[in-house]
Design a protein around this ligand. Structure first.
Ligand SMILES: NC(=O)c1ccc[n+]([C@@H]2O[C@H](COP(=O)([O-])OP(=O)(O)OC[C@H]3O[C@@H](n4cnc5c(N)ncnc54)[C@H](O)[C@@H]3O)[C@@H](O)[C@H]2O)c1
Ligand SMILES: OC[C@@H](O)C(O)[C@H](O)CO
Length: 288
């Protein structure tokens, strides 16, 4: 599996090396495509549906060859996998039933994926849960579960994949799914545990970026605003959805596909000098 990006002019570059020199033999359109090409193999946690599944399609569109979805629910993952495999027959997409909070399950899935694909260059840590409970009513179990899945899970997956990248001498890119909830307090729904779990991810991204830069591994995060996914669906959420749209300068919730530009930037050669960054994609919600 390629350790370096193969460019259309025959040269190679790595995610963290300088951008390729402008080559006279290559058309501007091809250079533009090269800039956002994503080579290698990827693991996407929480990729069975929602934002994760949309991100999987974007990775394959941009050239990822091997894709592994780590998620809890095979019934949700199977239709996603079938669709991706039929749209991208030249790629290999696999599902691993992984609970991201279980270090042993994460380690063995990473080892298996390494065995199938040979290497892992990209990790998207998108598995997560939400939940609205007033702070006075949150139980220790509510608190621990939120932090375990959203924060500890992302750490365990990042650690396992970074160990694999370093062992194989691979450079790579890790993207953590944070949220505007890590920057500002959500309103009107109360969820201090969710907000804390996402704020911790934004901090974790900076620490990991600092520690792993030496190995050529970039670590960044994305902070979406309110996106139209099942996480935010249901008639009981209708009034909240309206309130969120109203608070957003763009006047609407975001579509998951509107996150893919930021994701591809962070894992392609276009992002070769970006590490430790958080990209807010929120229709302007956090400008106030
Ligand atoms: N939808 C939004 O508005 C929004 C905004 C900001 C951030 N986010 C974040 O984006 C991510 C994806 O959100 P989504 O809207 O697509 O939600 P989603 O519920 O559709 O997807 C989350 C996925 O994570 C998986 N998952 C949950 N616990 C897991 C575990 N222990 N192990 C493995 N997989 C597990 C679920 O099975 C699910 O497939 C989450 O981290 C969420 O916090 C969402
Ligand atoms: O901040 C927006 C999201 O993180 C999330 O969709 C919301 O907080 C769920 O209630």
């Amino acid at each position: 599996m390629p350790r370096f990006m193969q460019l259309s002019d025959g040269s190679t570059t790595s995610k963290t090396s300088r951008p390729p020199p402008v080559s006279p033999g290559v058309s501007p359109a091809q250079r533009a495509a090269d800039r956002f090409a994503v080579n290698g193999n990827a693991v996407v946690t929480g990729g069975a549906g929602g934002i994760g599944a949309v991100a999987c399609r974007a990775l394959l569109e941009h050239g990822v060859q091997g894709l592994a979805i780590f998620d809890m629910y095979p019934d949700r993952a199977q239709p996603t996998l079938d669709k991706l495999q039929s749209e991208f027959p030249e790629a290999t997409a696999v599902f691993k039933r992984v609970d991201v909070t279980d270090a042993a399950s994460v380690d063995s899935a990473v080892e298996e994926v390494e065995g199938v694909f040979g290497s892992i260059e990209i990790l998207l840590c998108f598995a997560g849960i939400t939940g609205s409970i007033h702070a006075l009513e949150i139980t220790p179990e509510n608190w621990r579960r939120m932090l375990e899945i959203n924060t500890t899970g992302a750490f365990l997956c990042s650690q396992a994949v970074a160990r694999s990248m370093i062992k194989n001498g691979n450079k790579g890119s890790i993207v953590l799914m944070a949220s505007i909830s890590g920057h500002v307090t959500n309103y009107p729904q109360p969820h201090v545990h969710y907000n804390a779990s996402k704020a911790a991810l934004i901090s974790m991204k900076s620490s990991l970026a600092a520690e792993w830069a030496t190995y050529g591994i970039s670590v960044n995060s994305i902070s979406p605003g309110y996106m139209d996914t099942v996480l935010n669906e249901g008639s009981h959420l209708q009034s909240l959805r309206e309130a969120w749209a109203k608070r957003t300068p763009y006047g609407r919730m975001g579509h998951p596909d509107e996150l893919t530009g930021a994701i591809i930037l962070l894992v392609s050669n276009a992002g070769s000098y970006i590490t430790g960054a958080d990209i807010i994609v929120d229709g302007g919600l956090t400008v106030f």
